[in-house]
Design a protein around this ligand. Structure first.
Ligand SMILES: Cc1cc2nc3c(=O)[nH]c(=O)nc-3n(C[C@H](O)[C@H](O)[C@H](O)COP(=O)(O)OP(=O)(O)OC[C@H]3O[C@@H](n4cnc5c(N)ncnc54)[C@H](O)[C@@H]3O)c2cc1C
Length: 493
């Protein structure tokens, strides 16, 4: 039998959560190893050079916001924060209705009224529609984690119906928010996830949207890998973890698919829940916190990149107003994002979210329909010729936050000593995202530091809430929920 390799911490997964955890432990004087199945690091935030053009393409277009303190802590540590390109300060985002561009601007009014001021720019929303957001605002302002779990059994449409939100408001704001932020249609999303996201949105200034000005993975992969390897720790790619080994009481290491055994005092899993379940002994999977790993279900994406023969817009990013028959949700012209692009023609990326509905379409059909949707928004682009296109089929973008999701997200400390859980889907209080992944990675590193008797504060809080929002939050906490919502949540307990 071959002898085991000894480590203090083995980190499974080389995406944002795994690399953040490794970076968070660099000064701890511990022996680390990072294990990544794929040939590329970066996980669901990886990028590469397109083989035909050599241009950097992300697995699919991603945005960051200035409300990502944990992700930016990583970039600052790696010296790459300045490679994020920001939208103009005044713009929240542009929404296209056919060929009509609706500029949704950031308002200087204090939260929570800033959002109403922004949404007034949408001609499809009348005053009564806007006012009907008062119900969810009242509930979201007063929301605590207990109430998130109370709402978690309910779907988004049922909650908004119970709160009297008018159909136009559901269609124009909530359907769009559910798809673009939570990647799940309103009628299938957890009302707990939805209203907590709304809470974050209305208690702080409107976010500013940013984009990677380089390949997405280039923001963090080369810097994190170099820092970890320079400190003498291995980062193994194309290396699959096959089993987390241990006794009934604790995890003691990892068996790799090539048969090697890595012994460790801490195993940090940043794997998606299905991959993690495949590695765990059956008996551990009966324990609270590990017993729901197979319940989670992935949201697939299809991302499309189109290379044109000329510039087709001066915009960086725009979204389509929600329509259930549409394929694409959001478009990006990297000619207006990558700072060193020069005068070259447009490279447009787009995201088809919840893509199972078109998984059977051919690449050619997806490209054609994506082009049609693009031309619907930008008719002037009709004269442009498509030079090259790629279609990225992505089986997992995030775990679907369907009803029951929040209750099943496990905390970082697993019910087995020596095993820590991280990843965007774990219990961070944030929507599954790069920010959630980074926060979970810092948190796992904190727990390892604490175990070594040297506690460190690594997780960054979200920016502070506005003063008016804090006053209204206090008032909302003492006000009972509207009776229709109380009845709807009780029925589902
Ligand atoms: C197309 C697309 C668009 C998105 N848009 C946004 C956006 O705009 N903004 C945003 O914030 N987020 C967005 N996301 C989500 C974001 O990318 C993820 O939340 C984040 O990257 C997850 O990071 P993670 O480290 O938690 O998990 P992962 O990146 O999934 O890392 C887990 C790693 O574990 C590896 N692994 C699995 N099994 C094994 C095994 N047995 N052995 C070894 N390694 C294993 C995997 O290969 C993977 O690299 C998007 C995702 C996609 C795909």
């Amino acid at each position: 039998m071959s002898s085991a390799l000894e480590f203090d911490v083995v980190i499974l997964g080389g995406g944002i959560a795994g690399l953040t955890c490794a970076v968070g432990l660099l000064d701890a004087g511990l022996r680390l190893a990072v294990i990544e199945r794929d040939a590329l690091l970066g996980g669901r935030a990886r990028s590469w050079a397109d083989p035909t053009t050599g241009d950097p393409v992300h697995v699919g277009p991603h945005i960051v916001t200035d409300c990502y303190p944990n992700f930016f802590r990583l970039l600052e540590r790696l010296g790459t924060a300045d490679r994020v390109v920001w939208e103009p300060e005044s713009l929240l985002y542009t929404m296209f209705d056919g060929d009509r561009a609706i500029e949704l601007r950031r308002s200087s009014l204090p939260p929570p009224v800033q959002m109403l001021a922004t949404l007034r720019a949408d001609p499809a929303l009348g005053l009564l529609d806007l006012a009907s957001n008062g119900g969810p605002a009242r509930v979201a302002l007063g929301l605590d984690e207990q109430e998130v779990l109370r709402l978690d059994g309910l779907d988004g449409s049922a909650a908004l119906d119970a709160l009297g939100v008018r159909p136009a408001m559901q269609r124009r704001y909530w359907q769009f928010a559910a798809m673009s932020i939570l990647n799940t249609p309103l009628e299938r999303v957890s009302a707990g996830s939805l209203l907590r996201t709304f809470h974050h949105a209305i208690t702080r200034d409107a976010v500013r949207v940013g984009f990677p000005g380089v390949g997405l993975g280039d923001l963090f992969v080369p810097g994190a890998r170099a820092a970890v390897e320079a400190a003498g720790h291995p980062v193994w790619t194309s290396t699959t973890a096959a089993e987390i080994v241990g006794t009934d009481a604790r995890a003691t290491g990892v068996r790799l698919a090539d048969g090697r055994l890595l012994r460790a005092r801490h195993v940090v899993s940043t794997l998606p829940p299905g991959d993690l379940a495949a590695l765990l002994p059956e008996s551990w999977q009966q324990r609270a916190g590990l017993d729901a790993l197979r319940w989670f279900s992935p949201v697939p994406y299809i991302s499309v990149y189109l290379w044109f023969d000329r510039r087709i817009t001066a915009r960086q990013f725009w979204a389509r107003s929600y329509h259930p028959d549409d394929l694409n949700c959001d478009f990006y012209d990297y000619a207006n994002i990558y700072p060193d692009w020069g005068a070259r023609p447009s490279l447009v990326g787009s995201n088809i979210i919840d893509a199972a509905r078109v998984a059977h379409w051919s690449d050619a059909a997806i490209v054609e329909r994506t082009r049609e949707e693009l031309l619907e928004n930008l008719p002037a682009a009709r004269a442009a010729t498509l030079r090259h296109a790629t279609v990225h089929r992505i089986p997992l973008a995030v775990q679907a936050p369907r009803p029951g999701f929040e209750a099943r997200r496990p905390p970082a400390r697993a019910p087995v000593d020596g095993l820590l859980l991280a990843g965007d889907w774990t219990r961070t209080g944030l929507p599954s995202s790069m920010e959630s992944a980074a926060a979970s990675g810092w948190r796992a590193a904190e727990l390892v530091w604490a175990h070594a008797g040297r506690p460190q504060a690594l997780v960054q809080p979200l920016p502070s809430r506005g003063r008016l929002a804090r006053v209204l939050m206090a008032a909302s906490r003492v006000a009972p929920w509207p009776s229709r919502l109380r009845r709807a949540t009780t029925r589902r307990v």
